[in-house]
Every structure is written in structure tokens, then in C-alpha cells.
Design a protein around this ligand. Structure first.
Ligand code: ADP
Ligand code: G6P
Length: 458
């Protein structure tokens, strides 16, 4: 019998072109899975329109793309409201930033139902349906209501919080019940998986079986850990291409001798405010780096119509001005703050040029920038990764300099240590990180999830 077709569902469908390099994060993982075996990718077009359920169809190589628009009301309730206004902050332990409204939660369910209703006619009886991320926690329940009996899996790219944190969302019980309608739930780390299982066992009367299998709400669901990876060799190849490298070296020539780099979406979960404060502390406590070290923060605006994102943007602009005002000299600007995104053929060689990369989220599901930075390094002369212990990546990349993002002095010390680290120690740490990343590759992530989805929670 032919292998079952893969059907991917995610909030956003990446704007892909055949032959083009892939985008990062969720998009890279999904594309990789689909490019290998072909299949269908379904999601929101990114557009808001009056004909919200209009479907657009496109084929790129072996992949069929189907997208639907959202109405203004759906966008406000589902995307701006519950998914990004309530769920995202709580999943990242930022309880104080969450803002819950029942009508928005109803809108979230409504859009999950719309997705299921629009997808149902496109699905064959043996297709494997793989949903992605926090936008679609209620999708399997909606798909079952549409009569779909296919194998349904969800991979959560974000963290999953401890029960006490999750329960600050008044609709927590509805969410967990809906998640149990999946056959397979994939998490980035064991901490996330255990937090989910804890809730099911302690708060929902569930029963645990071997191999992460749980019984709850009259259903059986398998839970597993699938840390998402990067294509190590592709990243390094992009970082090394002579044309790309020349451009990065030119950029670096303007940036003094010691470059500390950070690359993030402009999101409060990334710990940017604490990082700026730590850099200020570094400049104050380690004056030997004055005139030599530059910190470059690349942070394109994200979800810019949500107030919490507007607040963090304003705060960072003020803080960047304050730091440069306090320390800059006529021939040295310590902090460069760039609010834009760069193509990967610029970003990867820039990683390779940076002596240190600061990846200090307050919480992160995985953080692929950390893995990309490590993969981009020249093994003979590698830079140093400074990594938050609260990023999922820290479970695998424990050879990085691990820091607590709430510890300004500790982060300042790590910056000094990174810029002064002997090459033998840098090579040793880098080799250890590379070995883990080769083992936990993107292919392995995809193949293990797909295999478990095919087998189901028997
Ligand atoms: P998140 O998924 O929360 O944004 P990750 O670190 O897991 O965080 O993934 C971010 C992805 O987006 C990475 O692949 C990274 O290369 C890419 N990215 C982040 N910022 C930029 C930028 N300014 N320009 C280009 N790509 C970026
Ligand atoms: C994170 C989420 C993704 C999301 C991306 C960009 O990576 O895990 O699901 O697509 O951020 O956010 P946006 O709201 O612009 O889709």
C-alpha cells in the first residue's frame, strides 16, 4: 500500500517559491516534511477579507497549498485576541501580560471550526493530518465533529506551562479536553510534555500508561518529545558561500572588533529588555571592552497591532538611545538596533562573523536562532553561544554558556567570558553542540513525529 499522504495545517502558510531557500522556524520544518514526500498544506492566507472562506489553491512542486482568508472579526477574536493576547503570553509564563475574554475564546474555537470545515472535503480517508502550534489546540475536536476519523497529530512549537500557570486562562479545561481529541501531541522538551501530562492526571482525572500514552475524556492520546532541529550542513554552506561571506566581512569591518549578535522577532518573550539592561551592565562593569565591542540586535517588528508588542518596541527604542547616549564615543557606537529582517544568505554569514550570540529568551519552545548560530560557525574558530536556560534549546545545547535571563550581572559576566574565551574551549563547546544537532536533525524530528502519528496511541 502507498504511504499515506501528509496533510499539514498551520495558522500561516509560508509564502514559498520553488527553488528558493526556506524561511526559518515552523515554516522550515513543515516545508522540509512536505518537500520530501509531497502533500497538502492548509492555513490562513494572512489576508483579511469580506469573503473569509474563499479558498486559494496553488501548487509548488509536490506540495498543494490551500489558504483561506479571515474576516476582520475572526482576526480580532482569534489571532489578535485569544491566540496572541491570551494564550501566547501564558504559554511563555508571562501571566501578567495575558488578557482573557470569553468572546475571543469563542472566536478562537470558531476559526478552528472554520479550518476543519474548509479542510474536510480536501482530505482522503487515509491521510495523516499534522497540525502545528498554539493556534490550533481545538482543531482536532472540530475535525472529529466534521466526521474526520483520520490520524490527527499536533506539534506545539511553544513551551507548555505548568498547570498552575495554564490555569490562569479561565478556559483551561476546555483547551485540555480539546487537545485530547488528537491522537498524538508532540512537545519540544520533556519539561513541556510533563507539564501537559501533570494537568491531565491531576486536574482532569486522566490515567497514564507506558510510552507517554494517556487516557482522558474517553479518548487515548500519545504524548512525545520531538525537539525541532536545523539543517546543519545547509546553514554552514550558506554561511560560507564566498559572496555571502564577503558581504558579512564588509559589514563587520564597520562594527569594530568584537561583535555580539542577537536575532529575534520583536517579542516580549525574547527577553530583549533584560538583555539591553545586561549589555549596559557589561559596559559599566567591563570597561576594557570599550571602543572594541559592539552589540547588534536585529529585531523585526512582529504582531505590531497588539498593544503589548507596541509597548516593548517603545521601551527598547528608549533603552537603546539611553545606552548609546551614556557610552558612545565619536568613533564608537556600542549598540546597533535594527528593526528589520534579513534574507538568510545575509543572516547566516553574519552569524559566522559574530564572536558571540546572545539568545536569552525568558521562555522559548526551542529557539532556532541558537541552533542556527552554532551551525554557522567555523569549527576551527567558532564563536560563543550565550543561551538562556529557559529556552528549549538549552536542554540539548548544554555546552553553550548558559545564563539566567533575569540575572543582569550574570549575563554581563557571560559576555565578558565569551569575548575572552580561549580557542580550545570554544572548539570543545562547539563540537559538543554540533554533535547533538547532527543527532537531533530536522529529518529526525519529521520522521519520528510522522512514524508515531502513523502508528497512533495503541
Ligand atoms: P520564533 O519562532 O519565536 O520567532 P525561533 O528562534 O525559533 O523563534 O525562530 C526564528 C526563525 O526566524 C529563525 O529561523 C531565524 O533565522 C528567523 N529570523 C528571526 N529574525 C530574523 C530576521 N531579523 N531576519 C531573518 N530571519 C529571522
Ligand atoms: C512563532 C510561532 C509561529 C508563528 C511565528 C510568527 O514562531 O511559533 O506559529 O507563525 O512565531 O508569528 P506570526 O504571529 O507572525 O505568525
Amino acid at each position: 500500500m502507498a504511504a499515506p499522504r501528509l496533510v499539514v495545517v498551520s495558522n500561516r502558510v509560508a509564502p514559498i517559491q520553488e527553488g528558493e531557500p526556506t524561511a526559518g522556524g515552523l515554516a522550515a520544518g513543515v516545508l522540509d516534511a512536505l518537500r520530501q514526500k509531497g502533500g497538502l498544506w492548509f492555513g490562513w492566507s494572512g489576508d483579511i477579507s469580506d469573503a473569509p472562506e474563499a479558498k486559494a489553491e496553488r501548487t509548488v512542486g509536490p506540495i498543494s497549498l490551500f489558504t483561506i482568508d479571515l474576516s476582520r472579526r475572526d482576526y480580532d477574536d482569534y489571532y489578535r485576541g485569544f491566540a496572541n493576547g491570551a494564550l501566547w503570553p501564558v504559554l511563555h509564563y508571562q501571566i501578567g501580560l495575558g488578557r482573557f475574554e470569553w468572546p475571543e475564546f469563542a472566536g478562537y474555537r470558531r476559526v478552528n471550526e472554520t479550518f476543519a470545515r474548509s479542510l474536510a472535503p480536501l482530505v482522503g480517508p487515509h491521510d495523516l493530518i499534522w497540525a502545528h502550534d498554539y493556534h490550533l489546540l481545538c482543531f482536532a475536536e472540530a475535525a472529529r465533529a466534521q466526521g474526520l476519523s483520520n490520524r490527527l497529530g499536533l506539534f506545539l512549537h511553544t513551551p507548555f506551562p505548568a498547570p498552575g500557570v495554564l490555569m490562569t486562562i479561565p478556559a483551561h479545561a476546555d483547551l485540555i479536553r480539546a487537545m485530547c481529541a488528537y491522537d498524538l501531541l508532540g512537545f519540544q522538551t520533556e519539561t513541556d510534555r510533563t507539564a501537559f501530562a501533570d494537568y491531565v492526571l491531576r486536574c482532569a482525572g486522566g490515567v497514564a500508561h507506558p510510552d507517554g500514552v494517556l487516557d482522558a475524556f474517553g479518548r487515548r492520546v500519545k504524548t512525545g518529545v520531538y525537539p525541532i532541529g536545523v539543517h546543519v550542513d545547509d546553514v554552514r554552506a550558506q554561511a560560507e558561500t564566498p559572496a555571502n561571506r564577503r558581504q558579512a566581512t564588509r559589514m563587520r569591518a564597520n562594527l569594530m572588533e568584537r561583535l555580539i549578535l542577537s536575532v529575534d522577532r520583536l517579542d516580549y518573550s525574547k527577553g530583549l529588555r533584560q538583555r539591553f539592561a545586561a549589555f549596559e551592565r557589561f559596559l559599566a562593569d567591563y570597561p576594557a571592552h570599550h571602543g572594541l565591542a559592539t552589540f547588534m540586535q536585529i529585531a523585526p517588528p512582529s504582531r505590531a497591532d497588539i498593544e503589548t508588542y507596541q509597548v516593548i518596541r517603545r521601551e527598547l527604542e528608549a533603552e537603546a538611545g539611553h545606552i548609546n547616549g551614556r557610552f558612545a564615543e565619536v568613533d564608537w557606537v556600542p549598540l546597533r538596533y535594527l528593526n528589520r529582517s534579513f534574507p538568510r544568505n545575509v543572516l547566516m554569514p553574519l552569524y559566522a562573523e559574530a564572536q558571540a550570540c546572545l539568545v536569552t529568551p525568558l521562555r522559548d519552545g526551542m529557539n532556532l536562532v541558537a541552533k542556527e548560530y552554532a551551525a554557522a560557525q567555523d569549527p576551527a574558530e567558532p564563536g560563543v553561544l550565550i543561551l538562556s536556560e529557559f529556552a528549549g534549546a538549552a536542554r540539548e545545547l548544554d555546552a553553550a554558556l548558559l545564563v539566567n535571563p533575569y540575572d543582569e550581572a550574570g549575563m554581563a559576566r557571560a559576555m565578558d567570558q565569551a569575548l575572552s574565551m580561549p580557542v580550545e574551549e570554544r572548539r570543545e563547546r562547539h563540537a559538543a553542540m554540533l554533535a547533538v544537532m547532527r543527532r537531533n536533525s530536522l529529518e529526525r524530528w519529521r520522521d519520528r513525529f510522522e512514524a508515531d502519528l502513523r502508528t497512533g496511541p495503541a
